[in-house]
Write a protein that binds this ligand. Structure first.
Ligand SMILES: [Zn+2]
Length: 265
């Protein structure tokens, strides 16, 4: 080990983060404006992950970074210098929107066969698991949310999906916020005897978690993100929200994806 390797890793992670941001912006998955969020608070940026998942080329490229991280490839995007022009167009006021980081330690990696399968949670994780597994040449499965007799929700591999004891599993998902869907995946994999090698997400909005702890066994698994994104939210009103202060129309993104313009709050 030399001191050059960590510096190179950081450069690769920064390039991947910039490229991920650029792909989210280009597909319309990352938008800036004045948004009424589900929480009732206001935001000046909004992430609609299905905009990027509906772009096969972008999704395939992002899954390539997941695959590269477990197959020992460096995985730097594009030609040298490309990352310096990708993204980074955020105007003043959105300064905290793009904090690049590939979280999680880079382990000494054998060149191939670090994973036997890729697993993800419904719905976005199905697409990501499929494409990542396709690139790695392994199989892909997904877990669905089901309710037990007590009414509590958990995730379960159904449809005949199996994990053989000791098989090495890469867990993938789109956006990590509270970590809920990935945390629910972990016991489902553990119950079948799978060995989770790494958890990987496209965007980490959790504030930079580096690991996920199994709620059942207490085991800690490394978490890797392509892009770390911290978006501020504001109480509505000219005194608290910068977009309200300049009377920018408020937009309420809807589940239809079309959004509903509303009067400024
Ligand atoms: Zn506002």
């Amino acid at each position: 080990m030399t001191t050059i390797k960590p510096a190179a890793d950081l450069a690769v992670r920064a390039a991947i983060a910039a490229r991920t941001e650029a792909l989210f912006r280009a597909s319309g998955a990352f938008r800036e404006g004045h948004f009424l969020l589900k929480s009732g608070r206001h935001g000046d940026a909004y992430v609609e992950k299905f905009a990027v998942l509906s772009d096969p080329a972008a999704t395939s490229e992002l899954c390539g970074y997941f695959a590269a991280s477990v197959s020992g490839q460096a995985g730097a995007p594009g030609a040298p210098g490309e990352a310096s022009v990708a993204g980074r167009t955020a105007p003043p006021g959105a300064a905290v929107a793009g904090r690049e980081a590939m979280t999680g330690a880079t382990a000494a990696v054998p060149l191939s066969s670090r994973v036997d399968l890729v697993a993800g949670p419904t719905t976005g994780g199905v697409i990501l698991a499929f494409e990542t597994a396709r690139q790695l040449g392994v199989r892909s499965i997904f877990a669905e949310e089901v309710r037990g007799a007590d009414g509590a929700a958990h995730r379960e591999f159904r449809r005949g999906f199996s994990i053989h004891p000791g098989e090495r599993v890469l867990l993938v998902d789109d956006i990590l916020t509270t970590g809920g869907s990935l945390l629910a995946m972990i016991p489902a994999v553990e119950a079948l005897g799978g060995e989770i090698i790494e958890c990987a997400v496209m965007v980490d909005r959790s504030g930079g978690r580096a690991a996920l702890t199994s709620p059942v066994t207490g085991r800690v698994y490394p978490l890797r993100s392509l892009w770390q994104l911290d978006l501020p939210t504001y109480e509505g009103g000219a005194a608290t929200c910068p977009k309200c202060a300049v009377a920018e129309p408020l937009y309420a993104p809807g589940s239809t994806g079309t959004g509903v313009a509303t009067a400024g709050a």
